[in-house]
Ligand binder design. Structure first.
Ligand code: ACO
Length: 435
């Protein structure tokens, strides 16, 4: 089956019938491979003169996709059908990128060719280095990322024609390859150190670590435990179905905008504390709690709606069970802290105790609030030497493959149309300007 063909079929229990006043309308119901059926309401307005109302799109599928599947009730995450824990254990990030982009795991030859293509693109145009000096040194690296990634479209004109499949693929390769370089440069700029060029002899995660932590005056030896952990963190964050930043990329791309600009939009969305900024917020919260004896106070605050406080790293729009990525992240966190001799880290103690208490508390149990991936990733990244302001940047590096694979799928989808939600207007009716 080609990418263009749809694997959706008419669901056996369709069509759906809607009775509205005297009128009755029928809507086809479509089944995917797994997961809930969808009622195709694209003709609803034409048939009934009504829109649907679904703030936050909790019940609305915006596209048909073959890339990632989540069952939030069961705590399942699959990339192209493969469970996330199996990929984290047996694959590496670049092979996962190939899988997300092409639909199948690469053969050895395909992997070698793919890696060669990616490493060909790891450097950025030298003139881009001057962009950084326009930012204040204390700028948040995510602010720098939004600007620099958006600016890629001003440097790589030969891959912005979205109607050309070859250019589309080059743009995707460029973004997978350049994102670690751009992110590491944002970090180096913020601490006043010289930029470190990529090293194409290293694997993806090791190269990123050396671009962040090497200095020109002494050799840098990559710790293999940290490199493997970072590679796993990249795999865990690589894609997550139609989340807020991916939907942003799709929506921006639906107008025909170039892929660099679309990914910059995705980065802006990811920055928010309810999305990619949550690991930074979770770590800040653990630091604020500080010691195990203060946990009950924070649990009580999280349950008190008037406090406006939420337990960061808990809860998820889709997972109403343990986030399968959080399990892998928790294991990775222990591995990193052990390798660095930090197993007595006081924040880890707070995190373990907080998790235990929250998982037994009726408020969290009833609302199905489980730890999400961000709960342990902050502690892990901090132990690796990353400042909190870089956490979301690392997320953006990893999510670039998800954004670009989903963008490419959308552009190649014959059903794709410009994204244009409707609204329930509750402002003033027409009135005349006072004379
Ligand atoms: N602490 C305390 N209460 C919570 C929390 C929390 N972390 N999360 C949700 N709740 C409560 C809400 O107050 C609400 O209670 P109510 O039904 O009595 O009004 C109920 O649980 C449902 O919450 P919603 O906000 O409706 O759930 P939604 O699906 O919209 O939000 C979200 C999901 C944004 C992730 C939320 O759980 C949250 O803010 N968590 C903290 C931030 C966080 O960790 N984000 C990371 C997400 S993972 C990622 O982006 C990689």
């Amino acid at each position: 089956m080609t990418v263009q063909e749809k694997s959706v079929t008419a669901a056996p229990r369709g069509p759906a019938e809607l009775k509205f006043g005297e009128q009755s309308s029928q809507f086809p119901v479509r089944s995917g491979t797994i997961g809930p059926d969808v009622m195709d309401i694209s003709k609803l307005y034409k048939d009934t003169g009504c829109f649907t109302y679904d703030p936050g799109f909790t019940s609305t599928a915006n596209c048909a996709s073959r890339i990632t599947y989540i069952d939030g009730d069961e705590g399942v995450l699959l990339y192209r059908g493969y469970p996330i824990d199996q990929l984290a254990e047996n694959s590496d990030f670049l092979a996962t990128c190939y899988l997300l982009l092409h639909g199948e795991l690469p053969t050895n030859e395909q992997f070698v060719a793919f890696r060669k293509t990616i490493v060909n693109h790891t450097m950025v145009h030298e003139q881009m280095t001057r962009f950084y000096t326009g930012f204040r040194r204390d700028a948040h690296p995510m602010a720098v990322m939004v600007g620099v990634v958006g600016a890629l479209s001003a440097f790589y004109h030969d891959s912005t024609d979205i109607s050309d499949p070859g250019q589309r693929m080059i743009a995707v390769h460029r973004m997978i390859a350049k994102m670690p370089t751009i992110a590491a440069m944002a970090y180096k700029y913020s601490i006043g150190q010289p930029f470190i060029y990529p090293r194409n002899d290293l694997d993806y995660a090791s190269n990123f670590l050396q671009m962040c932590f090497a200095v020109p005056c002494e050799p840098y030896i990559v710790n293999p435990v940290l490199a493997r952990a970072l590679d796993r963190i990249f795999i865990l964050h690589a894609d997550h179905e139609q989340n807020a930043s991916t939907s942003t990329v799709r929506l921006a791309g639906s107008s025909g905008a170039n892929p660099f600009a679309c990914v910059a939009a995705g980065i802006a969305c990811l920055w928010g504390p309810a999305h990619g900024g949550a690991n930074e917020a979770a770590l800040n919260m653990l630091e604020e709690i500080g010691s195990v004896d203060r946990i009950p106070e924070f649990i009580a605050k999280a349950k008190d709606k008037s406090s406006g406080f939420r337990l960061m790293g808990f809860g998820h729009r889709v997972y109403k069970n343990y986030d399968p990525r959080a399990k892998v992240m928790q294991k990775t966190c222990h591995e990193v802290l052990d390798a660095l001799g930090l197993h007595n880290d006081p924040l880890l103690k707070v995190a373990i105790e907080l998790e235990k208490i929250a998982l037994q508390d009726p408020y969290f149990v009833e609302k199905k609030l489980y730890p999400n991936i961000d709960f342990y990733s902050g502690i892990t990244l901090r132990a690796m030497g990353f400042p909190t302001s870089m956490f979301t940047v690392l997320f953006a590096v990893a999510r670039t493959i998800g954004w670009t694979a989903q963008w490419k799928e959308m552009i190649e989808d014959p059903e794709q149309r410009i994204g244009r939600p409707r609204q329930l207007y509750i402002g003033p009716a027409r009135r005349d300007f006072p004379k």
